[in-house]
Ligand binder design. Structure first.
Ligand SMILES: Cc1ncc(C[n+]2csc(CCOP(=O)(O)OP(=O)(O)O)c2C)c(N)n1
Length: 531
């Protein structure tokens, strides 16, 4: 007689979910027992890394990823990156073990009290099945919830004695759609506004990359003769950044962002919130007379926008439909933005010099994973992203995502056979939040290269303190950390990098290696401006 465990594995297999990211405990062992040969268990040494890896993996494969956590403490450790997965729109199916049903009333050790509330509000659905026999169907519902727009994480709490129970008859997977087509009438209104616009501007967000819609985004920009910005603080790149229409990333504060749009009369935002602000710089959200049109597949994102008219729709489908509706115009292309001046020479390297060197040695088809807060502007200025699905960071602002995400992205390159090279740039502070992901990369023999700009401080927080005029904040310096020793301790290769040439050599060697390489690079310690 088939057990709940048997049918659950059959369902996972039929859903194509044969990779499990996790960290095991007693409450998970009955699920993991006799782990099938055709499944892969990716062991993380802490749950933050399990979730970050799964998020990167899900984004690259375009499919939900399974994370298996240890009851309440494991879910607690996972929470920061679960917040990120929510904002990243990463379809994660998070399962956590629960104590034996028979004992739950008296709350034995490792009971997950009010299990379904713990991950809230950063999951789309949270459930503990009422009967053991409901576990497979709950998993199917979790899957359907995770992948439908807006995609995101879901949570199931699964009592450990459920797995051996006799199962209901097997029900094969159902399918659901993952894209919303825009309302054609409202789309027609949007197209009419754009066609009549004197000076339209386009603002693209991560939704464009998730939808695989770079070609449609480029075609629309060229059709309209419009400049293109990326929406503030993007978690993915949205447009070829060497295209003459590309103007950069919009600032993440109200007044400076509005200022950038001053010469336009219509702004079309696709696949991003309006807008992802960070420091409060008050002002009007838009210059006077500017009309904003917003395309998103998330009703909540549409509802909370402070300005503009919105249309629910998948970024790719909507852009394709707009192209069908908009006739070729005769607007000249916008003037291209000026190229940055060459960076200054000398050691330690400035962030600009480091990233100019990285760009100079960048591997064809390379993927960048980024968590380097104060150096972000320099990195994005020097290393344009020119291909889709090539840039990943967190949408949330929570550190501890980039390093495990890079491991998940690299593993997905191997598992999908794409074999694209992956380079992570992780600040020397950010490096420590999920550092144990390095061990997983080493065990999996992944050729990930991690560049660590070492400024021995939380520079971005010093910039924020300057901006808010709050001097005297403690805890912003990071002396005495030996990044190379830590990396070696987890099984990674390291090399000394102080010059652009050393970076080139170490990068090439690291991408050819059969294990991860961590490259700490001392950089200058000036504090850049926040905006
Ligand atoms: C989980 C979490 N804890 C704390 C913070 C606050 N925080 C934001 S940036 C930052 C410093 C990052 O330091 P580092 O990676 O060295 O980059 P730098 O600012 O020096 O470029 C901190 C602590 C955060 N964003 N997330």
């Amino acid at each position: 007689m088939a057990t709940v465990r048997d049918t659950t594995y059959d369902l996972l297999r039929d859903l194509g979910m044969t990779t499990v990211f996790g960290n095991p405990g007693s409450t998970e062992e009955p699920f993991l027992a006799a782990f099938p040969d055709d499944f892969q268990y990716v062991l993380a040494l802490q749950e933050a890394s399990a979730v970050g890896m799964a998020d990167g993996y899900a984004q690259v494969t375009g499919r939900p990823a399974h994370v298996n956590l240890h009851t309440a403490p494991g879910t607690g450790n996972a929470m920061g990156n679960l917040v990120t997965a929510w904002h990243n729109r990463a379809p994660l199916i998070v399962t956590a073990g629960q104590q034996t049903r028979e004992m739950l009333l008296i709350e034995p050790r490792l009971t997950n009290r009010r299990a379904t509330e713990l991950p809230q509000p950063y999951v789309k659905w949270s459930h503990e099945p009422v009967r053991a026999q409901d576990v497979p169907a709950a998993l199917m519902r979790a899957y359907a919830t995770a992948v439908q727009p807006p995609a995101g994480p879901v949570f199931l709490s699964l009592p450990l004695d459920d797995w051996g129970q006799p199962a209901d008859p097997y029900r094969p997977p159902r399918t659901v759609s993952t894209r919303i087509a825009p309302d054609p009438y409202r789309l027609g209104e949007f197209a009419a506004v754009l066609a009549a616009s004197r000076a339209p501007a386009l603002v693209f967000g991560a939704g464009v990359d998730r939808a695989g819609a770079w070609p449609a985004a480029v075609a629309l920009a060229e059709r309209l003769g419009a400049p293109v910005w990326t929406a503030p603080a993007p978690e993915r790149a949205t447009f070829p950044e060497d295209h003459p229409h590309f103007q950069g990333v919009l600032p993440y504060a109200i007044a400076p962002l509005a200022e950038k749009l001053r010469t336009h009369d219509t702004v079309l935002v696709v696949g991003a919130p309006v807008f992802r602000y960070y420091p409060h710089v008050p002002g009007d959200h838009l210059p006077e007379g500017v009309r904003l049109l917003h395309v998103t597949d998330d009703p909540d994102e549409a509802a909370r926008a402070p300005v503009g008219d919105s249309l629910l729709g998948d970024a790719g489908l909507t852009l394709a439909d707009l192209l069908d509706l908009l006739p070729p115009g005769d607007r000249p292309p916008p003037p291209p933005r000026p190229a940055p001046a060459p960076p200054e020479d000398g050691t330690p390297l400035s962030p600009d010099a480091l990233f100019a060197a990285l760009a100079g040695h960048w591997p064809a088809d390379g993927i960048l994973v980024q968590e380097s807060p104060s150096n972000l502007s320099a990195l994005r200025r020097r290393l344009p992203i020119t291909r889709p699905a090539s840039y990943f960071t967190m949408a949330s602002g929570g550190l501890g995502y980039g390093l495990p995400a890079a491991v998940g992205v690299t593993l997905a390159q191997r598992d999908t056979g794409r074999a694209r090279p992956v380079v992570a740039v992780i600040g020397d502070g950010s490096f420590h939040y999920s550092i144990q992901a390095l061990w997983t990369a080493a065990q999996l023999r992944l050729p990930l290269v991690v560049v660590v700009p070492v400024n021995q401080q939380y520079a971005i927080l010093k910039a924020f303190a300057d901006f808010k005029q709050t001097p005297g904040v403690p805890g912003l310096d990071l002396p005495g950390l030996d990044i190379a020793a830590l990396a070696r301790g987890y099984g990674c290769a390291t090399a000394t990098v102080e010059t652009p040439d050393q970076l080139g050599e170490a990068l090439a060697a690291g991408l050819r290696a059969d294990r991860p390489t961590v490259l700490p690079v001392p950089i200058r310690t000036e504090i850049p401006g926040l905006l």
